[in-house]
Design a protein around this ligand. Structure first.
Ligand code: SF4
Length: 272
């Protein structure tokens, strides 16, 4: 299938600012879906609200642009009613870990077969740069002009702790790796979460001393370390670096399949 078949080209030009990382992450998703030759009529892509969530408008699949933080709730309903569909969620760091945080925890806990790609630019970009739960401490934001005092946290550790069975992190800079992780997440039978570190030059970069999107991507290159390298590196080399790679992968029963079995058993056993 031609890559352009995956886009609603009549919706271009897109609304993202020049240098925004979200187009790069969306490109990784499209390449991953293309490699898997996903059926456009059997793939549903669901997004919440924010710059990242505009991606569903450009993708030539069945898509839903839902309410803030609720993409996973809508996606759960879709997957539960039609388990044979491939269901993919696009969300931002604010959408996913603030208002949508509870949906994230419980989708991971259930191990429902949904692939979640979090476009992580560490800021609420669309609404002009308020800090999100993933904005680093001391970074500046519209709502933290003197620096953010709140500690951020690792969303990959959160979902792993909650029960996600495939967890990976890539960046807009490491595009081949990111494409591979998204592909593996879609192939995985269970809840998969991919933290896609992206850049917002307009509302994060300008407030935090980055002169350009290129500088932000250079930062991604210099401040990440692959898990393979980290395993051999000293504590000092790993300190303050963002881990990139497949962080967690295991198998346990998937939610909709489990539910199907319970129903079958109940039907065979009568009314119990
Ligand atoms: S505000 Fe930031 S995240 Fe939103 S489109 Fe512009 S650069 Fe991208």
């Amino acid at each position: 299938m031609e890559i352009l078949d995956s886009f609603r080209t009549d919706k271009f030009p897109h609304i993202w600012c020049s240098g925004c990382g979200h187009g790069i992450v969306m490109g990784a998703l499209v390449r991953a879906m293309n490699k898997l030759d996903l059926d456009h009529d059997k793939t549903v892509i669901v997004s919440g609200i924010g710059c990242s969530s505009r991606a569903t408008g450009y993708l030539n699949f069945d898509t839903l642009h839902t309410t803030h933080g609720r993409a996973l709730a809508f996606a759960t309903g879709i997957k539960f009613s039609e388990p044979e569909l491939d269901v993919i969620v696009i969300t931002g760091d604010g959408d996913c870990t603030a208002i949508g945080g509870n949906h994230l925890i419980h989708a991971a806990r259930r191990n429902i077969n949904i692939t979640t790609i979090m476009f992580n630019n560490s800021i609420y970009g669309m609404t002009s740069g308020q800090y999100s739960p993933l904005t680093p401490q001391k970074a500046k934001a519209t709502t933290a002009p003197y620096g953010n005092i709140e500690p951020n946290f690792d969303p990959c550790e959160l979902v792993q702790g909650a029960g996600a069975t495939y967890v990976a992190r890539g960046t807009a800079y490491h595009i081949k790796k990111l494409t591979r992780f998204i592909k593996r997440g879609i192939e995985h039978n269970g809840f998969s979460f991919i933290d896609a570190v992206s850049q917002c030059p307009t509302n994060f970069g300008r407030k935090n001393g980055f002169k350009s999107a290129v500088e932000m991507m250079q930062w991604q290159k210099e401040n990440t370390i692959t898990i393979e390298r980290a395993a051999k590196a000293s504590e000092k080399e790993v300190k303050n670096k963002i881990l990139v790679g497949e962080l967690h992968h295991n198998n346990r029963p998937e939610y909709t399949a489990n539910y199907e079995q319970v129903i079958e058993k109940a039907q065979k056993g009568g009314d119990n």
